[in-house]
Every structure is written in C-alpha cells, then in structure tokens.
Write a protein that binds this ligand. Structure first.
Ligand code: FAD
Length: 306
C-alpha cells in the first residue's frame, strides 16, 4: 500500500506528491489527465516569480519535478470510488479500469471545471477572447470591450473587477434579474462603464477566425436577437468541482466542494483534500500548489501519529 495516494494531477496534486516524496514515504498519484486545467491555459502571468509562462510548458515542468522523485504516477486513470478504511487503516481507491489502490492516507485534488455556455463559437474561440478567469485574463483586455456572462455573485464580481481594467463591460444575465448580493449589485450599477442586460440568452460567439469580434444574444421576452461587438467574453456561470465520484463518502457543501479545515483534513480520518475541489477560497494555481503542500505535510503529520 501507499503511505500517501494523491488523486488528481493538477498543480495541487503535483505539489502534494513532491512534498510527500521528499519525506521518503511511498507516494502514488492517480490522474485522469496529468496537468489538469493548466493544460488548457495559454498565458499564465500570475505564477509568482515566473513573469510569463504557458500552460503546457508549466505542466511539463510539473511532470519533470514530480519525476525527479520516486513517485508512482498512474496517468490516464480515473478514480471512480473511495472506500473508507474499515479496521485495517487502509483506504481503497477504485479506478475505472477495475483496479483498486490502497493507501494509509489519501489526498483528494481532483480540481474543478468551468461550466460552459455550450453555444457555437465558444470552443473555437477559447483563449482567443473567450475566457473563464478574470483574475487570470482580465489584464489581457485592458482598454478593450468585454462581456461577462452570468449575473450571480461571481459574474457581478468579475464585472466590477473588469470595469477597472477594460474600456466597457456588458453583463448578460439569463434571468429577469441579477442573482448577486444586493451590495455587489449596487456597486456594479454605480460604475459608469457597465451595461446590464437581463432576460438575455447568449446564442453565439462570433469571430474573424483568429479572435472574438462579437457575441449574439436573444432577448427572451421579445425573441429579438442582438449583436454586441467586443473583444472578450468572460463566462461566469459556475465552477463545478470534480467530486461527483465521491458520492456520499465525504462531507461536501451543497455545491460539491469538499469541506476542509486549516490543515486540509476532510471529514474522513486520514483523507485530506487540496485545491479547486475544496472549499478553499479563490481558485488559482499558486493557491492550489500551496494547498497541496499543506495537505501533504498534514498527511505526513497524521502518519507519524498512527
Ligand atoms: P486541476 O488543475 O483541475 O487538476 C485536477 C486534476 O485531477 C487533473 O489531473 C484531473 O485530470 C484530475 N482528476 C479529476 N477527476 C479525477 C478522477 N475522478 N480521478 C482521477 N483524477 C481526476 N490560475 C492561475 O493561477 N493563473 C492563470 O492564469 C489561470 N488561467 C486559467 C485558465 C483557464 C482556461 C482555466 C480553466 C483555469 C485557469 N486558472 C488559472 C485556474 C487554475 O488552472 C486552477 O486553479 C488550478 O489548475 C487548480 O489546480 P488543482 O490541482 O486544484 O485542479
């Protein structure tokens, strides 16, 4: 059995694996797709001490760093079930292949995925104007016209954030009213360079083959279609944690985030969690890595006491 089995191979999982291996304990990583969301990222400019890098390059470096240690990496393997230890102190992680991996401690770092609009043009122009993370990509649209899709808290926060950087923000909400907290809505409405459009369904992302040029939405009351010319579209309709596979085995919020304490412990003894799949506030690479390191040190601490 492993001393530490990390489930997930994004920044949180890579950091957890390196910290565990450096303690000289038996460490394994199960990852459906090593690299996680970073693989889908173009420019990264907020990974502190590295002014600019690209997703695939950072993933190659993460992989190399992990391989510098004795870590058993099981890539392209999805975990489908967590069977908590009963009596023997070993948790079982069942894989889609049918295999089962045993470990004294488990670190869950299965990350999250942005909910997509599912409209024509969205995939084609991802990273070419279609973006999901205002903290990451906001500055790329300095002085340009953007839209935010979604009028919940994250959409309205994104619009307020962007309004300070970009020329103009159009906020598009499907419902007849915004769903964000009143204080955020008041702040948003006080900004001179924001237009709010409700009862609007985005139907298409338009581009010139290289980058986004406009979005099309339908007024849900009149059925009329409108085109908004712009350079950037931030989709803020939800970040979904990859935790469905855990079923009811562990305490989660109603949004599916694994509940963790300051030591990354979950509700299950010997099971820790880190990164975007948890309740940690703010989902970023530098944060996920710090959380992975923390979870690993906590797992080590657990092992020396058991
Ligand atoms: P992830 O990166 O989501 O990794 C999860 C890992 O778990 C993957 O290996 C996945 O395959 C695996 N996994 C999932 N389910 C299972 C399962 N059942 N079994 C086994 N393995 C599983 N952050 C920044 O700081 N700066 C940026 O510029 C930036 N830009 C971004 C751009 C885009 C397009 C996106 C999508 C995100 C961006 N982010 C950025 C956010 C950042 O990528 C995430 O916060 C970070 O990757 C989270 O790391 P993580 O390890 O928690 O999860």
């Amino acid at each position: 059995p492993f001393d530490v089995l990390v489930v997930g191979g994004g920044p949180a999982g890579a950091a957890a694996a390196i910290y565990a291996a450096r303690k000289g304990i038996r460490t394994g990583v199960v990852a459906e797709r090593f690299g996680g969301q970073v693989l889908d990222t173009m420019g990264i400019e907020n990974f502190i001490s590295v002014p600019h890098t690209e997703g695939p390059k950072l993933v190659a470096q993460l992989e190399q760093h992990v391989k510098d240690y004795e870590v058993d990496v099981m890539n392209v393997q999805a975990a489908v079930k967590l069977k908590p230890a009963n009596g023997d102190g070993l948790h079982h992680i069942e894989l889609a292949s049918g295999a089962s991996v045993k470990a004294k401690t488990v670190i869950l770092s299965t990350g999250a995925r942005w909910r997509q609009m599912g409209v024509p043009g969205e995939d084609e122009y991802r990273n070419k104007g279609v973006a999901y993370c205002p903290h990451c990509d906001g500055p790329l649209f300095k002085g340009k016209r953007t839209a935010v899709i979604g009028g919940g808290n994250s959409g309205v926060e994104a619009a307020i954030d962007l309004a300070g950087i970009v020329r103009h923000v159009t906020l598009i909400e499907f419902d007849s009213q915004l769903r964000a907290d009143a204080v955020l809505q008041a702040k948003l409405r006080s900004l001179p360079n924001v237009t709010i459009i409700t009862s609007a369904m985005t139907t298409q992302v338009l581009g010139d083959g290289h980058k986004v040029t406009a979005l099309v939405y339908k007024n849900r009351e009149t059925g009329e279609e409108h085109t908004v010319e712009l350079e950037g579209i931030f989709v803020q309709i939800g970040l979904v944690p990859n935790t469905e596979w855990l079923g009811g085995s562990i305490a989660m919020t109603n949004r599916g985030e694994i509940e963790v304490d300051a030591h990354n412990a979950t509700s299950l003894d010997g099971v820790f969690a880190a990164g975007d799949c948890t309740t940690v506030p703010f989902k970023q690479i530098v944060i996920a890595m710090g959380e992975g390191a923390k979870a690993s040190l906590a797992a080590f601490d657990y092992l020396i006491r058991h």
